[in-house]
Design a protein around this ligand. Sequence first.
Ligand SMILES: [Zn+2]
Length: 108
Amino acid sequence: MAVQDLDSRRATLLRERSSLEHQLEELEAGHDTSFTFDDNFADSGQVAAEQGEAKVLASSLRHELAEVEKALAMIEAGTYGVCEACGNQIPDARLEALPTTRRCINCA
Ligand SMILES: [Zn+2]
């Protein structure tokens, strides 16, 4: 992959990482305030459902964040863009659409 493409992919991943970190912070901040709800007013079933949703969302954000970290580590290691299954170069168009993918379309 050309150096400028790699740089632009790294920039995309870094933006993605800060966006995910920001969303996680927001989620955790929002999560904390839910503990201050007055029991007389809050529908406890509703609160539990919202906390459950926040938990699911937080875990999927953490998963995405881990994928972004892995992709960034592969850029540093010089192995980014190589399919982990067959060893072929993953086409640029696919990396453009899915910057954290580690497999080519045939192996996905
Ligand atoms: Zn492959």
